[in-house]
Design a protein around this ligand. Structure first.
Ligand code: NAI
Ligand code: K
Length: 346
């Protein structure tokens, strides 16, 4: 059963329910003025369908901003599968999902996200060519690329705030020791930063702190006495209730939708906290996987990700006189790119 949802602000939102495999999924195409909509598939035990819908709408919009900010010829889309990835995921379900993706004819291109892996993309890819980040014939997991982008973004912000020594000797709190967080810890340790790490999964925590014995572990990162807060777990950790507890000078991480809403930008600014917009810092993964459908070569991918650093510097300089927040400067750039593309297409 396929249902088209009508929502203002998105180009296409479609839900599928498949009794045979238990698949319940929503694909949202937010904006395709720059190219086909690309974005990962989140497999998550949403309590209600409305919650899944809200998430996919927000995440797909974030992908539009991310692709445009990174200068990629891609639009924004995202998908959610409603269920517990540990118990509900099966090859049959993933194949049914692959057929659903295929029905978009390439207008939506999927990838991995929270709850899905490169191996899952291989299974989905047995049904459709419109999937990136596979192991077989794709560029694989994007955790390192994302971590590298977050790292160069953070380093640029640190140099802006503390001068040329950047992150060296600074205390960085990493929330989430998963595919991105674990790689970020390595980059930070190599740069001479002091790392404190949290993850609600003790196994994940142990894996990373075992590899990097100099790192500290904690239950909660957000309100620690740290210089940089790096949210690399779930979004929404910054909201009017939590922001007063943040002691870090810089917030820069991989999680999507870190702020509950855009009002939080000014709240952070007045608290003297520099927030590097999530969709700017975490574009490394999409830059990597998008190279499978654009003409970017491997070296250009690394180059493009490294350029997130200077992009952050430019954004901070543009916002430097205090007339706007860095996030406003980033949004202006994105809106300009989107409206220019619309002009070309019409
Ligand atoms: P992951 O699922 O591999 O790792 C997330 C980790 O966070 C897990 O170890 C989990 O136990 C932990 N966690 C969950 N809730 C937590 C909490 N409240 N406190 C502390 N730890 C918690 O996910 P991955 O791939 O590392 O992604 C991390 C974040 O970055 C996600 O929000 C994702 O959407 C975002 N992101 C990831 C990209 C990628 O290339 N993997 C690209 C862009 C964004
Ligand atoms: K992604």
């Amino acid at each position: 059963e396929i249902i088209d949802e009508h929502t203002s602000g998105h180009e296409r939102v479609r839900m599928v329910r498949d009794k045979e495999t238990g698949l319940k999924a929503i694909v949202a195409i937010h904006n395709s003025s720059l190219g086909p909509a690309l974005g990962g598939t989140r497999f998550f035990p949403y309590q209600r369908e409305a919650e899944a819908l809200t998430d996919v709408l927000r995440l797909s919009e974030g992908m539009t901003l991310k692709a445009a900010a990174a200068g990629l010829p891609l639009g924004g889309g995202k998908a959610v599968i409603i269920g517990d990835p540990h118990t509900d995921k099966s090859p049959e379900l993933l194949r049914a999902y692959g057929q659903f993706v295929h029905a978009f004819g390439g207008d939506y291109i999927t990838a991995g996200d929270v709850g899905t892996t490169a191996a899952d993309m291989d299974v989905i890819g047995s049904q459709t060519p419109w999937v990136v980040g596979r192991n077989a014939g794709g560029s694989g997991d994007s955790g390192y690329s994302t971590a590298f982008g977050v790292f160069v973004a953070m380093q640029a912000a640190a140099v802006y705030v503390w001068g040329s020594q950047g992150l060296a000797g600074r205390r960085v709190g990493v929330e989430g020791a998963g595919k991105v967080g674990s790689q970020l810890v390595r980059l930070l340790v190599d740069a001479g930063a002091d790392v404190v790490l949290a993850d609600r999964d003790p196994m994940a925590l142990q894996r990373v702190s075992g590899t990097h014995p100099g790192t500290d572990v904690t239950d909660r990162v957000l309100d620690q006495d740290i210089d940089v807060y790096a949210p690399c777990a779930m979004g929404g950790t910054l909201n009017p209730k939590t922001i007063p507890a943040v002691r870090a000078r810089i917030v820069c991480g991989a999680a999507n939708n870190q702020l509950l809403d855009t009002d939080c930008e000014e709240q952070l600014q007045s608290a003297g906290i520099l927030w590097v917009p999530d969709y700017v810092a975490n574009a490394g993964g999409v830059i990597q996987v998008s190279s499978e459908v654009t003409d970017l070569g491997t070296e250009e991918v690394t180059d493009r990700i490294a350029k997130i650093g200077p992009a952050v510097t430019g954004m901070l300089e543009a916002a430097g006189d205090g007339s706007q927040t860095p996030a406003q400067a980033a949004r202006e750039l994105v809106l300009r790119r989107l409206s220019e593309a619309k002009g070309h297409n019409s």
